[in-house]
Write a protein that binds this ligand. Sequence first.
Ligand code: SF4
Length: 363
Amino acid sequence: MSRLEKKCTFSTDLLKWFELFGRKDLPWQKNISPYRVWISEIMLQQTQVQTVIPYFNRFMKSFPTIKKLAQAPLDFVLQHWAGLGYYARARHLHRTANIIVTQYKNHFPDELTSLTQLPGIGRSTAGAILSIAFQKPTPILDGNVKRVLARVHAIDTDISETKTIQLLWELATQYTPKRNVHHYTQAIMDLGATLCTRTKPRCTACPVQKHCLAFLTDTAHRLPQKKKRNPIPHKEQFFFLIMNKKKQFLFVQNPERGIWGGLWCFPHCDTHQSIETYLYSTYSLTCRQIKILPPLRHTFTHFELNMIPVVLQTHTRRVSLGATQWIDLSQATQLALPAPIAKILSRYMHNTPTWEETSSCPV
Ligand code: SF4
């Protein structure tokens, strides 16, 4: 079979399969628009479809148009993102919405160069927007598509290497059809998400089995190749649930850049620091320790964090640092909280020590 024939039958076979078995009722597949495709693509990065669905629906209810998103305060946008992780994505969405509203007069750009210049939109996301929303034949290469193409061509070089990625882009470009590209893009993403999965590819049900070198050579289980990462370092920090006499808790807003950027958090410090010194030197607070809650582990891309929640009480209300707030527990759940902080809060709410409860270990 010539390369051209292979290319044609690959996309035709995939499209036929999509017509019969593809997912067509996901929320972002209805009322398709560049805005909805963009939001869904950003949410779906590193996140499962089932997790994204309620976030997407809630986001669309609050920000039905790009203008509404641009006009919303960043904090409100972050509230809608809280729990999805990788918060830079939400900040980029907000910035990009503002750029589109102001510089592009509310019209979503419809060509690759303009799209990839916007914050948070890479070549693959731009490809998805162009192919699905504008039906322009543009390839995508997200994680699922990389895996499918690496297997179909039995590419056994490291999938994170620049050369391998270049080769995969060439293949993705060759396979992308001129017609029906909106369905093709969804089909190849679907294939990677539902059949050609990372651990247990279901080759017997696969529509492109006859094109697949990994299937023919029985190597699908070990492709694509990925260089093993060094083990990630561990960190341990105290997270302080500081309660005042009004039973309000102290929350701190993280700076925009860095981990959990722009989100609200409990004051925290490394466990090798003295709690007393840290709270006094940072917030001018003197506190009394009430209780230590069970620790919580959270894995970031580059390190693992062991979080030790410490419940404290204080008589001081004045705090010497900006971007802090005393907040009632009932309102705290409305804040843009990172998922582990929301979890600590919920654990606390289900196991609340009273103000009167004392501790034998003052800080
Ligand atoms: Fe993936 Fe198997 Fe299909 Fe090849 S035949 S693309 S390995 S599911």
